[in-house]
Design a protein around this ligand. Structure first.
Ligand SMILES: Cc1cc2nc3c(=O)[nH]c(=O)nc-3n(C[C@H](O)[C@H](O)[C@H](O)COP(=O)(O)OP(=O)(O)OC[C@H]3O[C@@H](n4cnc5c(N)ncnc54)[C@H](O)[C@@H]3O)c2cc1C
Length: 502
């Protein structure tokens, strides 16, 4: 089947791009669950945007860079903050209903978290964008994409799914992050980084895969995680406390996530249970209906004023390297949202900047594709596909990732884990999703092994210090080799040449 533009995924990034693409383009959205199966749908906290008189773009940019630990690409952070506000304002003008109260979250200097429906912002935003999809956008649900198609020149000309091959001049990966590679995660349970794996296997440059953000507060009971207790809960006055009654963050409960997640991890590793003390929050159920529902599901009565928590994987800062409009290092291939690595998040994402990223960069990509280049070479390059072999069962993969590529890492155990992960060159249809999960896991482990320092969300026990020589140095993985480049070099070269890393 031929269309103009293919979008893989149906989260915020995909929907924002799809609705803004030119109406004469035949756009096909392919998503592996139903339309509403995404991390976007369960996002709670909100959308960071400058709305208050005392706040400014400069302050939002400075907070983003500080959280990112000198690893962000500042021009793109600028795009995120300014275009994100433009995109959000446009949505509000078109009828997206936001709450009156603007919230505060970790590492933000001002109240700038815009909510919709209290802590159900992701659901409200997703529904709003779905309602805005024009008739040129067609949707195929419950269809897993697992391999990109090349023409004989090496450009991407479409995708192979569990049902057929689709051809398009532009293929957009908006398949989200990879939190579900870990036993404990806030993510939607099938967030395996499929699109990142597909792009890497197709030869696209992938970077920053070592930077997986762990959220300090997932509701944890009976050795299970039940969902996220949003940072907004601490923004409203909740505090970390352990089973001895020690408020161990000493007033720094809203410190950046790599700091709070590490502190909670260390408390728990020392044998303590950790809770969020919510006693300072009046009318909790009214303010946090989603968190209250999670508590109810886990049978944690709010009357105890304590929610048991543990840290878990939450957000992948790395992904497919993109420029300021979502172009990857392969012609015909674009990426947007959590699957992309545009350098906006650096080594650690600032809370509530990722829904904003989907809105800002979805808009930028859609505008760019209004003048999309045509493709004339539709000759498919055939590649032999061997069966997927030596795959670990998913649970075992998740446990190994949690133990060895989780909050604290060390070279020895990362190497042992890497040795257990098969090198995969092509994905066969059988067990395709599990095979893609292995590819993403290997990218994370390889990145974590190669970055011999501690920076932001990447904590190496054997390299506990930040190494200034690695500030703003990307570890670009391409076809299993790792190249070090700065953002500046990457942007310059992609502006003047195509497929430079191929
Ligand atoms: C519980 C939770 C709370 C959060 N709260 C906030 C918040 O308050 N503010 C904020 O800014 N961010 C928040 N985040 C992060 C934010 O929600 C995500 O980073 C963002 O929504 C990602 O959007 P996306 O469109 O890139 O990907 P997703 O929303 O993850 O969507 C990916 C889509 O791709 C589909 N897909 C995946 N693989 C394939 C495949 N092989 N073939 C076809 N389709 C595929 C999936 O089914 C899904 O539809 C939160 C995340 C979680 C998990």
């Amino acid at each position: 089947m031929h269309v103009d533009i293919i979008i893989l995924g149906s989260g915020i990034a995909a929907l924002q791009t799809a609705r803004l693409l030119p109406k004469h383009k035949h756009v096909l959205v392919i998503t592996k669950g139903d339309l509403r199966t995404s991390s976007s749908y369960i996002a709670q906290g909100g959308i960071a945007s400058v709305t208050q008189p005392k706040d400014s773009f400069a302050s939002h940019i400075a907070d983003t860079l500080a959280a990112g630990v000198a690893h962000n690409y500042e021009p793109h952070v600028n795009n995120l903050v300014t275009d994100g506000k433009t995109a959000l304002d446009a949505l509000i003008t078109q009828g997206f209903a936001i709450d009156a109260h603007v919230g505060l979250e970790g590492a933000h200097s001002h109240h700038r978290i815009v909510h919709a429906g209290g802590d159900a912002t992701g659901r409200h935003l997703t529904e709003h964008l779905i309602n805005q999809l024009p008739s040129n956008v067609h949707i195929h649900t419950h269809e897993l994409a697992y391999a990109l198609l090349h023409n004989t020149a090496g450009d991407i000309i479409g995708v192979r799914t569990t049902t057929q091959c689709y051809f398009a001049a532009q293929t957009i990966i908006a398949t989200g992050g990879a939190g579900a590679l870990y036993t404990y995660t806030s993510n939607q349970p099938k967030s395996f980084g499929d699109g990142i794996a597909m792009a890497a296997l197709a030869g696209a440059a992938v970077a920053d895969m070592e930077f997986m953000q762990f959220h300090p507060s997932l509701l944890y009971k009976d050795e299970r995680c039940f969902g996220l207790v949003s940072e907004a809960v601490r923004g409203a006055g909740a505090r970390f406390v352990d089973d001895t009654g020690d408020y161990f963050m000493n007033g720094q409960d809203l410190a950046p996530r790599h700091i709070t997640a590490r502190a909670v991890y260390e408390r728990r590793a020392a044998g303590h249970d950790v809770y969020l003390d919510i006693s300072a929050i009046a009318n909790f159920e009214q303010h946090f209906p989603t968190v209250s529902a999670i508590c109810q599901r886990a049978d944690v009565p709010l009357s105890t004023q304590r929610i048991p928590i543990a840290p878990g994987s939450h957000f992948l800062m790395g992904g497919i390297l993109t420029d300021d409009v979502g172009q990857t290092s392969l012609r015909g291939l674009y990426a947007v949202g959590e699957a992309a690595c545009s350098g906006v998040h650096g080594a650690n994402r600032l809370a509530s900047n990722s829904l904003l990223e989907g809105l800002a960069f979805g808009m930028r990509l859609a505008e760019h594709l209004a003048q999309a280049p045509a493709q004339t070479n539709w000759h498919l390059r055939h590649a032999p596909v061997a069966p997927n072999t030596a795959l670990l069962p998913l649970e075992q993969l998740q446990q190994l990732m949690m133990q060895h590529a989780g909050i604290m890492r060390s070279g020895l155990t990362l190497q042992q884990l890497k040795n257990k992960l098969p090198i995969i060159h092509q994905i066969a249809p059988d067990q395709a999703e599990l095979a893609l999960a292995h590819v993403t896991a290997r990218l994370i482990v390889s990145g974590a092994l190669a970055r011999q320092e501690t920076r932001g969300a990447h904590i190496r026990e054997d390299y506990p210090q930040q190494n200034d020589a690695l500030s703003n140095r990307l570890l670009i993985q391409q076809q299993h080799t790792i190249v070090r480049r700065t953002w500046h070099e990457f942007i310059q070269t992609t502006a003047h040449a195509e497929r430079i890393f191929y």
